[in-house]
Design a protein around this ligand. Sequence first.
Ligand SMILES: [Zn+2]
Ligand SMILES: [Zn+2]
Length: 240
Amino acid sequence: MNHFLSKIKGGLSGFFSFIADERCLGCGRESGFICKNCYSKITFNKNFCCYCAYPLPDSIEKSICGSCLNSKPLFSKTVAPFIYEGIVREILLSAKFSGNYYYYERLINQFWDEFENLLKAFFDAEVIVPVPLSRKRLIERGYNQAGLIAKYLSKKLNKPVILSALSKTIETKPQSQLGERERHSNIKNAFCLKKTINFSKIIIVDDIITTSATVSEVTKVLKKGGVNEVYIFSLCRAVF
Ligand SMILES: [Zn+2]
Ligand SMILES: [Zn+2]
């Protein structure tokens, strides 16, 4: 519990210091969350696979990546506005592991115009559901990063969020430490539905997508529970 309180305390002191004297997280010199110059260095995911948001070369006018052509995912669409690199990667690592959880809201606010445009593809979704953390990881970290992103998105999109729809019942190895094939077997059957979901179209939220193994597994559980259509929103797309 002390660990959790210190995380909250760290987050709050960071929050108040940014109100008093916010410096750009990229360069540390200019004012604002991300200054104009650092903004221009961010890589947006502009041309991507309509299923899994894997970035595709601008010159290629196809909308499905090789992997999804080979095996069509259970979910319908993915939106992941940033490529996981540079300043955005640093911000997400700090938000997830250093208690700076308020960065998620700052990021969503600063880039809302871009996000909103991409999220038009999810206009008919009825509810937002975050990817859950295991109980052990939640106690260690003090918060579920996907839950926070889902809450801010819910405010912006004016759609309800169900924070406790799913649970992660198996303690898995961190996906970031594994290769592509291992990620699928690592996460297999790790989630279960905690309550009946009376919605047909759902947005699943996560912070980073790499192989889509986690969101595929969550989609499987939701579809078994009667959900018809699943969309995925992730802040970042990592390139595997
Ligand atoms: Zn800067
Ligand atoms: Zn794809």
